[in-house]
Every structure is written in C-alpha cells, then in structure tokens.
Ligand binder design. Structure first.
Ligand SMILES: [Zn+2]
Ligand SMILES: [Zn+2]
Length: 262
C-alpha cells in the first residue's frame, strides 16, 4: 500500500530566500496528489522532490499573496507540457476566480487551447472538499489590514485567506490522521481553536506574536508542530530558542523537501 504523505515544497516566508521556495505543500493520498499553495520556486521544488506533474489531481490556494500563488500559471504550463489530458481542478478564494481567469490569456495560458479541462472553482470560509480525504477551509483575518486601502481605492478584493484542516481516513493498517495547515494568519486567535487533537500542525507564524503561542503550545494535544514560512536564519533561531525555553520537544522547523507521514 502506498504511503500517504504531506511534503513541504517551499518553507520560505514572503521574503524570498536564496535556498528555499516560498509557500507550497503537497498532499499525497493513495498516490493522488493535491498541491496546496504555489509560491515562487514551488514548481522546481515539486520536481526536485521527485513528483510527477501528471499525478496532480487538484490545487488549493489559501490566499492570493504572491508568495502563495505567483507560480500557479507556471504550474499549469508544466502540467500542460507534461502531456496532460485529464481535467485539472483549481480551488481558489472566490474573490480570485474572475481576475485569474482574465489574467491567464495575458500570459498565453489560454484555457480553450489546453488539451485538458482547466476547472477553476471559487470557495469561501467553511467550504469542504471531499474525495479520499477531506479538506475544510477556515477563514482567517490575515488580509484584514488592507480594509482601509481597498475601501479608499474601491477595489473588489474581499480579503479572503484560509487555513485548511485536512482529514485522511483510516485505511487497512493505518489510523486516521488530521493535519492543520494554518497558511498566513492575522493573529494567534485565528488558529488557537483548531490546534487541539491534530497529528500535525503545520504553522506559518510570520505574522503571529510568538509569546502567546509558545505559552499555550506545550498544553495542546498536537502530535508535531511544524513551523514553516520563516525568513532568515535569525528568525528561525528565535523560534528554535523559544521552543527550547518552554521545553516544546515536538516542534520542528520546516525545510524544503521535509516529508510527513500520514
Ligand atoms: Zn505568506
Ligand atoms: Zn500572506
């Protein structure tokens, strides 16, 4: 039976790093792949990790900051050049479907020309996907800081950013697993209610005050904390030191290629 895994393709924060890709994660369940976020460098990282573009069934994007979605057109191009004929489903924050559909032809990725159906699906808070595993989108406040600008400029953005709770059911010889991917969040309070009783909490803590997190983390029943989306070595060292200070032994810093077993 093939192993189910969650691979960190890109562990860098929004400040690109020379040796790491921006946000990108790959869920493999029963040999079927779902890409989650597609920031800069993710396409190359996907190949470096030994995955086949033809095995990707779908893509989920948490929010539309460039470090989470800028390589999506390139990813579609890679899938096309590999010779895909099966449909590709892309789940986007609802606010992004129209602009993304309009943008693709400008970079000569013309859906009507592709030999496969490119299905763009918009989703909002509470959306649940289910097919061999389940994924629930949990809206968070990461983009709320833009409210004033959007209002002043009369932009149509809806500030949609989502964390994802992923449940992989038990199957012969394997127990059920639950993984929570925070994506960027506005505040620790956004993720606090969702951290208990998960096997893996893959957290992007860039915009979160670390003190309240490290105060609570040792009391939570989380199998492993995987901290991703960190910037330079100094930021990483700070997280590592704080974890050591509170005796949080089940925390790991993500690196590109790190694979979690589900
Ligand atoms: Zn980010
Ligand atoms: Zn972001």
């Amino acid at each position: 039976m093939p192993e189910n895994t969650f691979t960190i393709l890109g562990s860098s924060s929004g400040m690109p790093q020379a040796d790491r890709a921006c946000a990108g994660y790959l869920l493999k369940v029963d040999d079927r792949l779902s890409l989650i976020d597609c920031g800069g460098g993710v396409t190359s990282s996907f190949l470096r990790c030994g995955f086949d573009p033809l095995d990707v069934d779908r893509v989920f994007i948490s929010h539309t900051h460039p470090d989470h979605c800028c390589e999506l057109p390139l990813f579609i191009q890679m899938v096309y050049l590999t010779g895909r004929t099966r449909p590709l489903d892309i789940y986007l924050p609802e606010e992004f479907v129209k602009p993304f559909r309009a943008f693709l032809p400008a970079v000569y990725v013309i859906p009507e020309k592709l030999p496969f159906d490119l299905n763009l699906h918009g989703f909002t808070d509470g959306f649940t996907f289910s097919d061999g595993f389940s994924l629930r989108a949990i809206g968070n406040r990461h983009l709320q800081g833009y409210a004033e600008y959007l209002g002043n400029l009369q932009l149509a953005n809806k500030m949609q950013c989502h964390s994802f709770r992923i449940e992989v059911p038990a199957s012969s010889g394997r127990s059920a697993k639950c993984l929570f991917y925070s994506a960027d969040v506005g505040d620790f309070a956004d993720i606090k209610p969702h951290l208990d009783s998960v096997d893996y909490a893959v957290l992007e803590l860039t915009h979160v005050e670390l003190e309240p997190f490290f105060e609570l983390a040792p009391t939570l029943s989380v199998g492993k904390f995987i901290i991703s989306h960190l910037g330079d070595a100094e930021e990483t060292a700070r997280v590592t030191q704080m974890a050591a200070k509170v005796g949080l032994g089940n925390l790991r810093i993500a690196h590109d290629g790190l694979q979690l077993s589900l």
